[in-house]
Design a binder for this molecule. Sequence first.
Ligand SMILES: [Zn+2]
Length: 412
Amino acid sequence: MPKIYFIDVTNRDGVQTAKLGLSKLEKTLLNMYLNELGVFQSEFGFPTTKHETNYLSANLELARMGVLAPIRLEGWIRAIVADVETAFERLPDLKHLNLSISTSDQMINGKFGGRKDHFDIIADMVAAVEAARQHGAESIGVNAEDASRTKLEYLIEFGRAAKEAGADRLRYCDTLGYDDPFTIYDSIKALAQKVALPIEVHCHGDLGMAVANSVAGAKGAVDGGQDAYINTTVNGIGERAGNADLVATVLALTKSKGMAGKYELGDNIDLSRAWKIAKFASYAFDVPIPINQPGVGDNAFAHESGIHADGVLKDPQNYELYGFRELGRGVPEIVETGREIGAGEYSGISGFSHVMGKMAVSFASKQEANEILELVRYANVESHKPLIEDQLLFIAKYPKIVKKLLTLTPLE
Ligand SMILES: [Zn+2]
């Protein structure tokens, strides 16, 4: 039976969202957490965007070192040869790519204004897939942007051409959140059967159905005989009303009436990391987790009314579908209520050594301590908020990598 995998796109769809962003160190830490949680792949950024180059290159280096493994790091570019050339010029070690192009009449007419027709779209995509293969790409996903508003016959033709050119997966993008669980199930099942490629399911929440549509789409792919790759973001952060939330989608696939035990995950997801990654993304994006968020919201395991509190005390299963420990909750967190010494962009060596000493980190020499402190200052300049313990530890452990990813020199 085909399986369901996760491709997290927080570091692409999440960071391109209006009013929101992450520093390069925050993006890197998110890749680390996604790896720990066990997702198959992180869409880790934009290979043709100049300021991403050092960050992407540093993360590819972490992959080579075995630090970011087994997670796959995949870049998002447009499905045109020029983008493929630029991507490999800047990042010769890039192994995984998703190539994106619009397929709906609305977007072909509305964006290209007669300069490109349906035939040109397929020709551009095919040429881009072939170029990526020539440059040594190990896996290639082809994204049909606005697939949900694209005629199914054309989508099948597009998918078959992608397969013939050597693509490994077809991404069905419900770019505007237009699908519902019933329509996306039918469309993706037909695509899986007629194109015979694994299908990526990319859903947005404009009508409040991103998670439901992702589950239904994945079911359609599996029922159609193909693996499914669900695109998620941490806390559902993404364009406009957001994407399918990672934790909620994992819960839906593993706990819901029609999916639990009937459909199999391809990834070894460690849900006990959910709490940590959700809290980190909330802090890094500076967006609070809604109180009623599935699994990780403040109220996800809170009971107050008489009948509910009594029932859950007698047996949690009376009013809880899953336990809080499964999500990594229930561990006391230390909040400093007295004197605080922090590490930031204007810190000195004394305060910094005190902070690191509290985490049992010591340095071989004064010079080493000064070098790490310098990187901490720069990291703080970029993020404008206190670095968390994991960031400080990461900097102390991988100073060369951090130096690279913090280096923002405008390219010619
Ligand atoms: Zn999207």
